[in-house]
Design a protein around this ligand. Structure first.
Ligand SMILES: Nc1ncnc2c1ncn2[C@@H]1O[C@H](COP(=O)(O)OP(=O)(O)OP(=O)(O)O)[C@@H](O)[C@H]1O
Length: 930
């Protein structure tokens, strides 16, 4: 599609759309030719092209931008129907490639009074020079632009007017900011005020804020000497040194593993002994083989020979589906040495019927996600657990987090029940089930008080729910015999916690702890990450977040040698939106576009007729894909491949993306935390955390997707200046980070892309380059409702995720301190969506201010108290009570294990003490009177 074509979506034959069409026709100066009516879509879409020979696209930035927007159009026209919000939500949830609709990013404004076409102005084409900023003053303001339309009551394509105004404003602001200091520093008080002003003014005059002005100051963090904990990965021992069947050892060697990693050297003998084991070692150190090899060995050397009929002998529970598939593949590889042992898997999203069929045929080593396994336990009779000898909890600490602990407790209970009383007991007769239900109801009523306490403390809940199961486990029949337990439990993670140990203390029999880098004290908060992993962070003002991500991806995947990257984001909607945006804006950055020869009017009409007959010949309508292909020109291969992985994609898509990214030599995978645990993705060179993790533990697992098995890797953490406290937390956990200045990242914009379009004009400054891309995104959202809707959803989900950080992290990731307008900009939005109304921001900011003031008062009071104590004076009661009230904020939340408050007891106590005082007073009076 050449650059001077415009698509207009027809929403029925309304006067409004006709007026739009007329306006468009005017804008392109010439009669309108309806090239093609799209086959699908409620409104129908028409491609409008000016008849006659096209004017050559303007050379320079204007030309490039318009072609870029055309490219954008092409990608986004791949959508099946004319995009609506409904379409969007469907696409977003099914994981299908949601694409945005086509519209020219050029303003389609004509002067209705003169009925003359105005040459379309392009924001990006305007050069940022003092002259241009001077000229700007002569340009009409939004009101002036709108006034003729208002007079004649003509429906105005608002977004284009907005765009024009935006151009005017942004030109001036960018021009001014070009001479500014990079950060555009400003003090915090004026900051919120400016926000207010900008937001209110945006309502009046569509003010578009500059990227480089009004940003908070980037703090310079003090250099801290951190000595990270070093953990050796490989040992000097070979697999032959283990007490493992030689056939299996030679098979492992054939798979490419000759020497043992340290965790394997220490963990495998511990598991072979038969005792319960807790294993903690850094990410990518080979924990999977540590438990998989002894399990396969035990089944391999068992007599009689293990085959399908032996039932489930080992149960491996992992938190995510991809990890389950990966683990299954490991076991499948190992079991090639002994084909009678059958591994299998149960994961959500797969057909339960086929899983049942697999179970019925017989599986010996079963890998499963907790939810699906629990489902099968309660519904699938052919799932027999009585013979299970190994129970593995990979990523055990994750299993204790919300949503998992209940499932795990259910699984453990069923496992113990099956081992003690056989599988038949699991499916009781109806009568028995009702009786038990009644009994449990009664018991629940008795324990109501206890439950309310457990709710706030997951680990406690786990223990209590399992009390019966665990009691049974300690029963004589389950106790280890000859040093070997009837059920051997193995728990592993790179971040095993003290909580897991407590759980282990109840459910495991004197477990052996294999802590590769530590002394077995899991309470230690120090984090261990691979020695060859280099940690970086960058402090980026909210407004620059999007362009920083763009620049970083360009610098590593287009100009750099490290072309495989994993980007973590907080929510599924963020992943979905950013993938579509990156595919549109960045995948073909600076790339030559294949231009199809422009056909004459007659040729095109002939094409249409031929198309129609072709479709009729085949006696079917052209498929959606075919229609799309016809509409969209074949473009060059993208320079960067973007993929996405998130929980709400279909399982087939998830598996497909996972496999694709695993085998790819380059590409960028955007993902939620679904990819954070356990995944072994070869040769990923960069991990980018675009949103901060919820804990140091999550940080360790996210960055652990690179630098696996003693290879080199890098990680970048993108933080806002207000979130710099997280760096301190990481340093306390012995993770040393180095800063990459945001300016350095943005320098990618002034590099010439490979295979560049000859018309590509290299930005003269990084500010100009950043602004260009930002505006390109903003235009896309202004011209495409689907894109806008996706961006809004992503933004809203981000805000919601930010508000739900764990309590202990809220001081760093403080929702109330978020500058909603600036963050909206980082999603390509020109204003925070109306649903998060401005007054909410002000309320939140006011609350934050109040909180800060209270803190200052508290600190002053405390200071006074200390002074008073030093001077020997008694502290005033008011000071004490102020200090006490402050404790509410710093006591650990109940969900974090804080004891339940007992106000009634306290008040009773105080009543008692009052009475006692009264009695003693009256006694004293009596005495004195006597
Ligand atoms: N003995 C070995 N020799 C060489 N490479 C090994 C060995 N054992 C495992 N690996 C490789 O190390 C990588 C990481 O293994 P694995 O996934 O088991 O790590 P992990 O410790 O479970 O990591 P995470 O904590 O992230 O789950 C894999 O690519 C695997 O092929």
């Amino acid at each position: 599609m050449s650059s001077n074509s415009i698509f207009i979506h027809m929403a029925g034959a309304t006067a409004a759309t006709h007026s739009n069409l007329t306006a468009a026709g005017n804008a392109v100066q010439g009669p309108i030719v309806v090239l093609k009516k799209k086959t699908k879509g409620p409104a129908g879409s028409f491609c409008v092209r000016r008849a006659g020979a096209p004017a050559p696209p303007p050379v320079g930035e204007l030309g490039r931008t318009s072609s870029a927007s055309d490219r954008t159009s092409k990608i986004f026209t791949k959508s099946k129907t004319t995009p609506t919000h409904r379409n969007l939500s469907n696409g977003a949830t099914t994981g299908k490639k949601v694409t945005f609709s086509i519209q020219s990013s050029k303003p389609i404004i004509s002067d209705p009074q003169e009925n003359n076409a105005k040459p379309p102005t392009n924001v990006l084409s305007s050069k940022i020079t003092p002259e241009s900023s001077k000229k700007k003053e002569a340009k009409p303001c939004v009101k002036q632009i709108l006034s003729p339309y208002k007079k004649q009551n003509i429906k105005v394509p608002f977004k284009n007017v907005n765009e024009n105004a935006a151009a005017t404003n942004s030109q001036s602001s960018e021009a001014s900011s070009a001479n500014h200091n990079f950060d555009g520093h400003r003090d915090d008080n004026s900051h919120s005020h400016a926000n207010r002003t900008s937001q209110s003014s945006s309502k009046q005059s569509s003010f578009v804020s500059s990227l480089f002005a009004g940003n908070p100051k980037i703090p310079t963090l003090p250099k801290v000497d951190v000595s990270p904990i070093q953990e050796e990965v490989f040992s000097s021992d070979s697999f032959e040194s283990l007490d493992i069947n030689p056939v299996l050892v030679s098979h492992v060697n054939k798979l490419g593993y000759s020497s043992l990693t340290v965790v394997q050297q220490r963990g495998i003998p511990a598991i072979l002994k038969g005792s319960d084991v807790l294993i903690k070692s850094q990410t990518g150190s080979g924990k999977t083989l540590t438990y998989a090899l002894p399990i396969v060995n035990a089944l391999f050397t068992r007599t009689p020979r293990v085959d399908r009929s032996a039932g489930v002998l080992a149960l491996v529970v992992v938190p995510t589906r991809e990890l389950a598939l990966q683990t299954y593949r490991w076991l499948e590889d190992l079991c090639r040495a002994c084909v009678s042992i059958v591994p299998g898997y149960l994961i959500g999203g797969e057909k339960k019927k086929s899983e049942k069929h697999r179970l019925r045929r017989g599986v010996n080593i079963l890998v499963a996600t907790p939810g699906r396994l629990q489902d099968h336990i309660s519904t699938t009779e052919c799932l027999k657990l009585s013979q299970v000898q190994f129970f593995v909890l990979d990523e055990a600490d994750r299993m204790l987090e919300m949503g998992y602990e209940k499932a795990i407790s259910g699984i453990l209970e069923a496992l113990v029940e099956a081992k003690l009383h056989g599988d038949e007991k699991r499916f009781l007769s109806k009568h028995e089930a009702v009786t038990i239900k009644d009994a449990s109801k009664r018991r629940m009523a008795d324990e109501e008080e206890e439950d309310s306490e457990q709710e706030s403390n997951p680990s406690k809940k786990f223990k209590s729910n399992n009390s019966e199961a665990i009691a049974m486990m300690t029963n004589n029949s389950m106790k280890p015999k000859d040093g070997k337990a009837a059920l051997q439990t193995i728990m592993l993670s790179a971040t095993l916690t003290e909580e897991v140990q407590r759980l282990a203390g109840l459910s495991l029999h004197s477990p052996e702890v294999v802590d590769v880098s530590g002394d077995g004290n899991l309470d230690d908060l120090s984090a261990v990450t691979p020695g060859l992993l280099v940690h970086h962070y960058t402090l980026v003002p909210a407004k620059l977040r999007l362009v920083t991500l763009f620049a970083f991806i360009l610098s590593k995947c287009m100009y750099g040698a490290h072309r495989k990257m994993l980007v973590f984001m907080a929510t599924q909607d963020m992943v979905d939106y950013h993938t579509a945006l990156l595919q549109t804006v960045l995948a073909r950055y600076g790339r030559i576009e294949k231009k199809t020869p422009v056909k004459s009017e007659e040729e095109m009409q002939a094409d249409q007729v031929l198309d129609f007959f072709d479709a009729k010949k085949k006696k079917k309508k052209p498929l959606a894909g075919e229609a799309k292909k016809a509409d969209v020109e074949v473009d060059d291969e993208p320079l960067i491949h973007f993929m996405q992985l998130r929980g709400n994609m279909s399982q087939a898509e998830r598996t497909n993306v996972f496999n694709q990214f695993r085998t790819a030599s380059s590409g960028v995978l955007l993902s939620t935390d679904v990819a954070a645990r356990g995944l072994d993705l070869p040769s990923v060179s960069w991990i980018v955390q675009f949103t901060g993790p919820t804990s140091v533990r999550d940080y360790v697992h996210r960055v652990g997707r690179t630098s696996r098995a003693n290879t080199r890797g890098d990680a970048l953490l993108v933080l806002a200046p207000s979130e710099a406290g997280f760096i301190e937390q990481l340093e306390k956990s012995k993770i040393a980070l180095s800063e990459i200045k945001v300016e350095k990242i943005l320098r990618a914009f002034i590099l010439r892309p490979p295979k560049v379009d000859p018309e590509f004009v290299l930005p003269r400054s990084l500010q100009e380059g950043a602004t260009k891309l930002q505006l390109q995104c903003e235009h896309l959202l202004l011209s495409d409702t689907t894109a806008l809707s996706m961006a809004t959803k992503a933004y809203m989900s981000f805000i919601r995720a930010y508000a739900s950080y764990p309590r202990d992290m809220r001081q760093i990731f403080c929702y109330k301190a978020l500058h909603l307008g600036h963050y909206a900009k980082s999603f390509g939005l020109r204003d925070a969506p109306s649903c998060l109304h401005a007054h909410q921001t002000y309320r939140a900011q006011a609350a934050h201010k109040l909180h800060q003031e209270k803190q200052v008062v508290r600190q002053k009071a405390q200071f006074k108290k200390v002074l008073a104590q030093k001077s020997g004076a008694q502290p005033k009661m008011a000071t004490i009570s102020e200090f006490d009230s402050g404790l509410d904020d710093i006591t650990p939340s109940r969900s974090m294990g804080a004891p339940k408050k007992k106000p009634s007891v306290i008040s009773l106590k105080s009543e008692k003490t009052k009475k006692l005082k009264k009695v003693s007073k009256s006694k004293a009076k009596v005495k004195s009177s006597a």
